[in-house]
Design a protein around this ligand. Sequence first.
Ligand SMILES: Cc1cc2nc3c(=O)[nH]c(=O)nc-3n(C[C@H](O)[C@H](O)[C@H](O)COP(=O)(O)OP(=O)(O)OC[C@H]3O[C@@H](n4cnc5c(N)ncnc54)[C@H](O)[C@@H]3O)c2cc1C
Length: 406
Amino acid sequence: MSNIWDIIIVGGGPGGLSAAMYGARSKLRTLLIEKAKPGGQAASTQDMENYPGFAKGTTGPALMQAFADHATSFGAEIMRNEVVSIDAAQKIVYCKDGSQYQGHTIILSPGAIPRTLGVRGEQALRGKGVSYCATCDADFFTDLDIVVLGNGDAAIEESHYLTKFANSVTIVVIHDEGVLDAAPMLQERAFKNPKINFIWNSTIQEIKGDGIVEGVVLRNIKTNETTELETNGVFIYIGTIPLTDFVKGQVNLDSRGYIITDERMETSAEGVFAAGDARVTYLRQVVTAAADGAVAAVAAEKYIIEEEGFAESVLHESRPVAVAFWTPMIPKCIEIMPVIETAIAAYGTQAKLWKLDTYRNQRVAKRYGVVQQPTVLFFHQGEVVNRLGEDEITPAAIKGILDSIL
Ligand SMILES: Cc1cc2nc3c(=O)[nH]c(=O)nc-3n(C[C@H](O)[C@H](O)[C@H](O)COP(=O)(O)OP(=O)(O)OC[C@H]3O[C@@H](n4cnc5c(N)ncnc54)[C@H](O)[C@@H]3O)c2cc1C
């Protein structure tokens, strides 16, 4: 068996585990590398109530164990290790212990972590009133009083969401009165919401509570004066940090470090895909990470089929190969294809025709600069030696090129 894996997945949260399940189920040799216990952030929350089909009572660890079991049941291998860098062109991942693994494709799903405030009480009361995810935890605060720290889009939008559950939401803002970083529309909505009030020029200095959040110590950043405020919960929205340092320079990231992908989850590097919280995306949840993982694995499978098929049938072929880029959606392609077939058939086993549907195989067309269909590229010993554009394809032109090669 080859030492090259079909898919190497970095990160064993819901994105990576879902990709592993889809990959292994398609009979692809799938290796998932996870630096900790599989499950990712989702395994760090006890109450997981919004994964479709799993109502109240489902825990994050249980759901993630089910994800992992599902992936391994189809043959995916899960390995504990930390990936410290990748070579996107060679599809190699390098691990902290010095080992390295090569794949035909790589799926990056390292997740993102909420930026923490770093104040006293924050770590000890995490999950006991301190939260970083309103979508996840809001309903645990029904009819209670909550403090939110932050004033960007996420803080203001999530505060509004929290008012559907909470009795009151107090937003602690570092700026002067009336100044928020959130989009104007979100600001307007927050200012009008009777359940939301603001404390300006302030930050949280300490979170207090005996096993559960009971209050916060606020500090006015202008006067340094501290005050205590009773509260049942603290939601912290001061940004998230994608864990993408190890792919810097290998795939394109946005200004905040999130991986940029297209709708097939492919990154700027061919055959390298990304899924979940680490990519530029609108919603960061288990269900979206899992969906990304499925798309990435299917796209990786298509990539392998496309690349291997092309390499075997065209690049490694000793005879001249005429590659006809076509699509049945363009009438001219349907009209001209019999002409191409007849012209090549006249050479018997001396030459070969390879039809490439550009609708399904956009990547190969793009790589060889094919923008019009039909186009015929003539390959010999792995290289393009000639080409015929849409209006140049005639039996005589095809014969002229094949004769010159043979
Ligand atoms: C406290 C909390 C509660 C939440 N509650 C909910 C909820 O109720 N419902 C919901 O839908 N969502 C919830 N979320 C959000 C949800 O957990 C995430 O959206 C989801 O886990 C993202 O999945 P992911 O696979 O992209 O990344 P992650 O879950 O972050 O998994 C990434 C994995 O990659 C590993 N990793 C990172 N770098 C490397 C490396 N270099 N080498 C090897 N491994 C690496 C990490 O150890 C991690 O296990 C919650 C998040 C938090 C923090």
